[in-house]
Design a binder for this molecule. Structure first.
Ligand code: ATP
Ligand code: MG
Length: 246
């Protein structure tokens, strides 16, 4: 994907959460955002997914040559429909089965008939070995299974771009591995993605570019090998030393 962001800022009240963020990636498959808690990673990801509005730099977010139009709600809704999002807390509807969770957006947002949606949803669930769990509700699934359902839902709409915000941070190591494998598979298929994670080994393996956000600024952005082997910025060095210590 091509991604550029120009002088983007965002405040919540008096709190400047993102300050003058600029990114210029002419061609990258995966952008991974890392950095300390509260640094602005989720906020930036949500803006790129069209779920949050920037205060400044509205005109400067361009994906694959197409500017995200934050000024017009219908254009923003169209952008949201084209991307798939997976968050830390699954966001599955608890009263629906796994299958219904996947079919719901296909019918309600993408205009598929219920019968078509069932076929697409089952294919997507099968892809992640979830067919036996299709009729179960989220409470009857493990954390890893729930997160795979959330990914199956994101994929079912055939998104041009996937956003993951700490998709494994609520999971134990085995389930983390399970979900990371699924993400890596999607990467190997050639899908573009933006991922926030604290799994540094994984970040290094899948990222084209790694950007470290701290206090609302990108303090360092470079190909993964460079950031992990030869970080240039003191903030990056301290962050990696801390997170890689255990
Ligand atoms: N809706 C909101 N209203 C007010 N403040 C917010 C809102 N969302 C985020 N913030 C604040 O913005 C800052 C950045 O938050 P953000 O969630 O983007 O950080 P993060 O890098 O994702 O952190 P973490 O690693 O803990 O998930 C934090 O100080 C947070 O409290
Ligand atoms: Mg976050």
């Amino acid at each position: 994907m091509q991604l550029s962001v120009k002088s983007l800022s965002k405040s919540f009240g008096a709190h400047r959460v993102l300050q003058d963020i600029s990114i210029d990636l002419p061609k990258v498959q995966g952008l991974v955002l890392i950095g300390p808690s509260g640094g602005g990673k989720s906020t930036l990801l949500r803006i790129l997914a069209g779920l949050e509005y920037p205060d400044a730099g509205c005109g400067g977010v361009v994906f694959n040559g197409k500017q995200i139009d934050f000024e017009h709600e219908d254009a923003l809704v169209a952008h949201r429909r084209r991307v798939g999002t997976v968050f830390q807390a699954y966001n599955l509807f608890p009263h629906f089965t796994a299958l219904q969770n996947v079919t719901l957006p296909l019918v309600q947002v993408h205009g598929h008939s219920p019968a078509d949606a069932d076929v697409i949803a089952m294919e997507s669930l099968q892809r992640f070995q979830l067919e036996a769990h299709a009729r179960k509700k989220p409470a009857e699934l493990s954390g890893g299974q729930r997160q795979r359902v959330a990914i199956a839902r994101a994929i079912a709409i055939k998104p041009s771009l996937l956003f993951f915000d700490e998709p494994t941070s609520a999971l134990d190591p085995e389930m983390t591995g399970e979900v990371l494998e699924v993400i890596e598979e999607l990467k190997d298929e050639g899908r573009d993605f933006v991922l926030v994670t604290h799994e540094m080994g994984f970040a290094r393996r899948v990222a084209g570019e790694v950007a470290l956000l701290a206090d609302g600024r990108i303090v360092e952005s470079a190909p993964a090998a460079q950031v992990f082997e030869n970080p240039q910025n003191e903030v990056t060095k301290r962050f990696l030393a801390k997170i890689l210590k255990y």
